[in-house]
Design a protein around this ligand. Structure first.
Ligand code: ZN
Length: 144
């Protein structure tokens, strides 16, 4: 079975056989690693693309530099992304640089995590969480 994944660097859609997920698949257009085990800073356009097509969970941290709890959560989010490498991809969107995210995703406060899969929002969570909490939260998506 082939999975669809948007490249988090350039936004290009890629089809990856499920069996190749663990062997370092790269974007056919720009060559970036599709599976990285760390949060990738994305633009609004790349977020839109990935949220629409990704077949494995895309976990997005909506943050801003002025937000203290966001900065506290950043290393926890990074830890969780390393633990869940290959099971979910982690992205970060700067809500100040990309102000249109607020209205598009109905954001009332940050930090906010939203998980997308198969073109839908699956789950959202407001407020900072430790790495263990983020990992549980993402693992729980499997049943949804
Ligand atoms: Zn690419």
């Amino acid at each position: 079975m082939a999975l669809r994944l948007a490249c988090l660097a350039c936004g290009q859609g890629n089809r990856i056989p499920e069996a190749r997920l663990a062997s370092g698949p790269k974007c056919g257009t720009c060559g970036a690693d599709l599976i990285q085990g760390k949060p990738i800073e994305v633009s609004f356009d790349v977020l839109e693309r990935a949220a629409r097509i990704d077949d494995i969970p895309l976990v997005v941290d909506f943050w801003a530099a002025w937000c203290g709890p966001c900065r506290m959560m950043a290393p926890e989010f990074a830890k969780a992304s390393a633990t869940l490498k290959g099971k979910a991809r982690f992205a970060k969107v700067d809500t100040e640089a990309f102000a249109q995210t607020g209205q598009r995703y109905g954001i009332r406060g940050i930090p906010l995590m939203i998980a997308f899969r198969g073109g839908h929002e699956v789950k959202r969570q407001a407020g900072a969480m430790p790495a263990a909490g983020i990992i549980d939260w993402v693992n729980d998506l499997a049943g949804k």
